[in-house]
Design a protein around this ligand. Structure first.
Ligand SMILES: Cc1ncc(COP(=O)(O)O)c(C=O)c1O
Length: 443
């Protein structure tokens, strides 16, 4: 623990450090405001020179008006949106079960606000509200685990959890294709002394080679449950088997599987693992749940430990009470037979889209949950293909480098349970036109 006066401070250095510096005549002659403006200009120039920033800014300038990344949604009604003066069907929403539009979820959020106010205004390290405890219990019961711990987002869960789980003497194996937030979290864990090894390709053989070659005290293997850009699933079953055999634990960021796949919609890990007893699963409360936040599965003992080891839990704010009330309402729906009906509708839409895309002979990935990616390839073509669909009234996301490999641009399509068969048929018609216009190849 750092103290304010460290043992390195001598009386002299302390005095020196606190002594006002002699005025710089050049500085004194220029007003403070002018100097600050110059410093900000220099900062922007320096940041703009960074290679990745320069490349990204060049993309945006070069394809201005085509990439849709600056597009502002002016209104939403069901899955229809008004954007850039057009009306379009939105295939870019993570609200996979359509709960963003569900009157019961909306009412629960409003009621939660009336009862608890907009925010309880303190980090959970200082205390908790009963509604948060209830939401954690409800999530644990739905997931079939002993307990859960809620964080304000999946990113903050990952940043709080990975460095809490792996430190000095430990090994953290990270799937190369996993979400950026896992990579950022791994950097913090590495800074704390963990050894980080990248898993590529992501399979049991490659993982075994790593685990057999390394010495470690504890070991965490971190992967996505469903890759966010392509909708594909890593082989969680074989990763779990190898991880267990080598005394490690599997950490699954299941942001895009939560509520959608596996028994009771408990996610990709529940679908592909025999049991969650050797895994920590992070689920999203913002995507299929359409509320806000994330949770990690745990037992009561681990929960206590995580509460004192996760920096984002201690030093950050909580999920506001209205959303906790919304999460409890979504749990009611997920625990009821109605959930099966939502999943059936979603599957029907996904299957219609998959068979249409296959029928067109386009190259596609995913579709296990609700994300489907159609390969375009080149960055410019990917932006143009997305814009051509938008002009026809269908909004999909053009996913390009660095979210995917440099020539691996895809149209990322997010299917929602409240899309209609007509929405899907219209999108397929648009894709058929793209095929001839862009000369897209087959599988
Ligand atoms: C796998 C994965 N992890 C984390 C995130 C970030 O989630 P959040 O917005 O809750 O921080 C995403 C976002 O799409 C994701 O796909």
């Amino acid at each position: 623990m750092a103290t304010f006066f460290s043992s390195r401070d001598s009386r002299d250095t302390l005095e020196e450090a606190t002594r006002p510096s002699a005025p710089n005549p050049e500085r004194v002659s220029r007003p403070t405001e002018t100097r600050q403006k110059e410093a900000v200009e220099q900062l922007k120039a320096r940041l703009g020179e960074d290679r990745v920033t320069r490349i990204a800014l060049n993309f945006l300038d070069k394809w201005m008006g085509v990439h849709l990344k600056d597009g502002v949604i002016d209104w939403m009604h069901g899955r229809r949106i008004g954007m850039c003066g057009h009306e379009a069907v939105n295939f870019g929403s993570d609200s996979f079960l359509g709960f963003d539009q569900d009157a019961r979820v909306q009412a629960a959020i409003v009621d939660g606000m009336r009862e608890w106010g907009t925010h309880n205004g303190a980090s959970r390290a200082f205390g908790n509200i009963a509604l948060c405890e209830e939401a954690e219990r409800r999530l644990a019961s739905w997931m079939g685990v002993e307990d859960t711990l809620i964080y304000p987002s999946v990113t903050l869960a990952n940043i709080g959890l990975l460095p809490a789980l792996a430190g000095k003497g430990d090994l953290l194996v990270l799937d190369r294709k996993s979400h950026d937030s896992l990579h950022q979290s791994a950097r913090i864990a590495e800074g704390n002394g963990a050894k980080v090894v990248i898993l590529d390709p992501c399979n049991g053989v490659a993982l075994r080679q790593i685990l057999e070659a390394e010495d470690y005290e504890g070991c965490v293997v971190a992967v996505d449950g469903i890759y966010s850009m392509t909708g594909e699933m890593p082989p969680l079953g074989e990763l779990d088997e190898v991880t267990r055999a080598h005394g490690g634990i599997l950490y699954v960021d299941d942001a895009h599987g939560t509520g959608l796949v596996g028994p009771k919609g408990r996610g990709a890990a529940s679908m592909l693992l025999d049991s969650l007893d050797n895994a920590l699963v992070v689920g999203s409360l913002s995507k299929a749940f359409s509320c806000l936040g994330a949770f990690v599965t745990c037992d009561a003992k681990l929960k206590r430990i995580l509460k004192i080891r996760s920096s984002t839990f201690i030093f950050g704010g909580p999920v506001p009470p209205p959303y906790l009330a919304g999460i409890c309402k979504v749990c009611d729906i997920l625990e009821s037979p109605e959930h099966d009906e939502h999943l059936r509708r979603l599957r029907q839409m996904v299957d219609q889209l998959i068979s249409g895309i296959r029928g067109l002979g386009l190259k596609m990935y995913g579709g296990e949950a609700a994300i489907i990616a159609v390969t375009i390839g080149d960055i410019e073509q990917t932006f143009k293909a997305g814009k051509a669909l938008f002009d026809r009234g269908y909004y999909v996301q053009s996913a390009t480098y660095p979210a995917v490999p440099i020539m691996g641009g895809v149209l990322r399509i997010q299917v929602n349970a409240n899309h209609t068969p007509e929405d899907i048929a219209g999108l397929l018609k648009g894709l058929a036109e793209l095929k001839s216009k862009f000369g897209l190849g087959g599988n």
